[in-house]
Design a binder for this molecule. Structure first.
Ligand code: 6R9
Length: 696
């Protein structure tokens, strides 16, 4: 097959089995054409689906991919010209990059000199092309009985413009940062877009983060204001968000960062205004001021390389990193990835279950879909409330065609049984998506067979906060899938797998996943710390961006992500640094030392397992365990709470004092016959003590 032999497609080795030729042998009879055909662990797309897809076959992909690698400037300029630019970018230098630390400072630029605005491209542009009356956002509340609402593109523009005007009146200018701490209300994407409209840099903090985490982020980025709401409901719980903000703002002002304005949306279905604690000189009700502002707001035209947002994410060390994305490249990249990886068509109704507090919500609830003029469902609640059928109820209610979620949800719904799924029609669905962690083949099968009735391709999208958009992903209909593999790279992405020494490996192999050249959606720096950007991502393997993930490439060139290789734990698709959890534990007055590892968990993918040494004289008790867990909840957030506290009289350390996490991982997962070499430990007895305390 010529596609596989094309030498410029260096990442693909000639397969010993040819999935694409065998496709013709397995073409389903016309009557059965609705279901994809499964053979040799390959899941072939339904030919009718392929025929209507943007990329109908591997050949077309290979052609486009080749061009994207050989002529990136031309390829991405074409993609970019779908958007409105007041001024074209520098035609001589569409992009410029240095990813090689040995050649000087790392820099990436795309569409420099191009003058644009992403909010304009999401809203005004779609309205001008005749889609003003199309629904932009459907909002579905936590309670099924709650009145749902929707906004057309025209209405969304009005709402965004009013808030943008309010921000301007309050002195927010281009380049200023704004913290948005909101649950999944319509006001969350509205706030993001309003910031973008006036060139302000938004920093959304997931509403599950604690006061301490919020305070830390406020101190780091010094926002002009905080946008929040008084309270919200999640499942049965009411969360008083404003109390958390109050505590974060008082903490930050004691630490020298005073924020004088807290714009608070009154979410009265959760808590009445009268019941909300209030600081008159600082707090303002959204509903008292924003609706009075004009619905016309001129956009602030910005450079393609002006920052759009920062989003904090966890790394291997304690302090969260402020990942910075800029405007032009991010815009073009999120729009293109959304269109191709979900085979998006204007008639689609799209629902992504992610919260806008994470990168998935930024790129694939807000920007990517809206840039494409899509109709997006925004859901406030938890996906299994009031029962495990809620997702399919929502799918049927809005006739959702593209459903994008995380493996952890798939696994938990799978456990609840098929009846919750099959009682709903789900006939509208045509593409499914997965993100956040590797999807295990059995969950993939269930998602495919039960949820999608074996007719919807699954886009298992591998990417990261840092990458801005999809990096390795199926293009639905274009090639056979292998359950559990993210398949092939997106246009313009050159993944490489390197060994310990940073040597690129060819063909079938496994090692560390890196990327060779820049892509438009790449992050440009870490807020206020370019040096940390360079050392964290570009110094491990000079010449490449290092993802932190392990990866295998099989004989057919398919990529299989194998999880993080650094000290980052992935719990239900949420990235949590071991060091962050350790420092939260150690902040407890009775904790002398702590070491945290991630172990496998049936539903969450991984969970947090903590080894704790109490201070001298403090005994082991259930109370202490509870209060240690509480310490993590208040320092980071409930989602980071350890599943298990394991008492440790001492921790296994090397003579140089490094904790041997490898040993701890084995003890935690009870793989005691795989402890490996413990002879370099300063005190090998520690291991036996730990094993003895396993069930205490
Ligand atoms: C988008 C997002 C990034 C980390 C990443 C990897 C894991 C995400 C995945 C996946 C295997 C997939 N990850 N998608 N692993 N297959 N389809 O999740 O961003 O929160 O920054 O996490 O998530 O380990 O390095 P982020």
């Amino acid at each position: 097959n010529s596609i596989f032999n094309s030498s410029s497609l260096f990442f693909i080795r000639p397969p010993t089995t040819d999935p694409f030729r065998s496709q013709s042998h397995h073409l389903p009879p016309k009557a059965k054409a609705a279901a994809a055909v499964i053979s040799d662990n390959l899941v072939f797309p339904d030919p009718d689906f392929s025929q209507q897809a943007h990329v109908p076959n591997f050949h077309k992909y290979a052609e486009m991919y080749k061009r994207s690698i050989e002529e990136p400037a031309e390829f991405w300029s074409e993609m970019a010209s779908e958007f409105h630019w007041n001024n074209k970018w520098d035609q001589e230098q569409v992009y410029s990059e240095n990813l090689d630390i040995t050649k000087g400072s790392i820099h990436i630029q795309w569409f420099k000199g191009g003058i644009t605005n992403i909010c304009y491209n999401c809203l005004d542009r779609n309205i001008e092309s005749g889609n003003g009356e199309k629904i932009a956002l459907h909002w579905e509340g936590n309670e099924p009985s709650h009145h749902s609402s929707s906004l057309t593109y025209n209405q969304l523009l009005d709402r965004v413009s009013q808030l943008a005007n309010y921000l301007k009146q309050n002195g927010v200018k281009k380049g200023d940062s704004v913290i948005i701490y909101l649950p999944m209300l319509m006001e969350l994407p509205i706030s993001m877009l309003a910031c973008a409209r006036i060139g302000a840099v938004h920093s959304v903090v997931f509403a599950g983060f604690s006061a301490e985490s919020l305070e830390q982020r406020i101190i780091d980025c010094k926002p002009k204001l905080v946008i929040t709401c008084n309270a919200f409901k999640r499942g049965h719980k009411v969360i008083n968000l404003k109390d958390i903000v109050d505590s974060a703002l008082s903490g930050s002002s004691q630490n020298g960062t005073y924020v004088g304005l807290c714009l608070t949306y009154a979410n009265e279905s959760a808590l009445k205004r009268e019941a909300t604690k209030w600081q008159t000189e600082r707090d303002v009700w959204w509903q008292d001021v924003v609706p009075n502002c004009s619905t016309k707001c001129d956009v602030e035209w910005v450079d393609g390389e002006d920052p759009l947002f920062l989003l904090y994410t966890s790394g291997s060390t304690g302090k969260p990193k402020g990942v910075v994305h800029t405007t032009g490249g991010y815009m073009v990249y999120t729009a293109a990835t959304f269109k191709y990886a979900f085979d998006y068509k204007p008639s689609d109704v799209y629902w992504c279950t992610a919260d806008c507090g994470w990168i998935t919500g930024h790129s694939y609830v807000a920007y990517g879909p809206l840039l494409n003029g899509a109709t997006v469902v925004v859901y406030e609640g938890v996906p299994n409330y009031p029962d495990p059928g809620r997702c399919w109820d929502i799918v049927d209610k809005y006739k959702v065609t593209i459903f994008y979620t995380a493996p952890t949800l798939v696994r938990s719904l799978m456990r609840d049984g098929d009846e919750y799924v099959t009682r709903y029609s789900r006939q509208s669905l045509r593409v499914l998506g997965s993100v956040g962690e590797p999807i295990n083949p059995s969950a993939w099968r269930w998602f495919f067979d039960v949820v999608g009735n074996s007719r919807c391709p699954i886009s298992d999208t591998w990417w990261q906060t840092e990458t801005g958009g999809f990096m390795i992903t199926p293009l639905p209909g274009a090639w056979p899938q292998k359950p559990g593999s993210a398949t092939f790279p997106f246009f313009g992405v050159q993944p490489v797998i390197v060994d310990e020494k940073g040597k690129e490996m060819e063909g079938e192999c496994s090692g560390y996943l890196c990327v060779k050249t820049s892509w438009p959606g790449a992050f440009r720096t870490l807020f206020g710390d370019h040096e940390r950007y360079e050392t964290t991502y570009f110094s491990a393997f000079p010449g490449y961006y290092f993802s932190g993930d392990g990866c295998r490439r099989d004989k057919d060139g398919y990529y299989w992500l194998t999880g993080r290789v650094d000290d980052v734990i992935n719990v239900s698709g949420h990235r949590i640094g071991t060091a962050e959890v350790e420092s939260a534990l150690v902040s407890h007055p009775k904790c002398a030392e702590a070491a945290v590892v991630g172990i496998e968990h049936e539903v969450k993918g991984q969970c947090i397992y903590a080894f704790v040494t109490p201070v001298e004289g403090v005994g082991y008790s259930e109370e202490l365990k509870k209060s240690l867990v509480l310490s993590v909840r208040t320092n980071i957030g409930a989602f980071a709470a350890p599943e298990k506290i394991h008492w440790a009289p001492g921790l296994p350390k090397t003579r140089s004092g490094k904790i041997m996490r490898r040993v701890l991982r084995k003890i935690a997962s009870r793989q005691l016959d795989e402890l490996g070499d413990t002879s370099t430990l300063a005190d090998p007895n520690v291991v036996d003590q730990l094993i003895a305390l396993s069930d205490s």
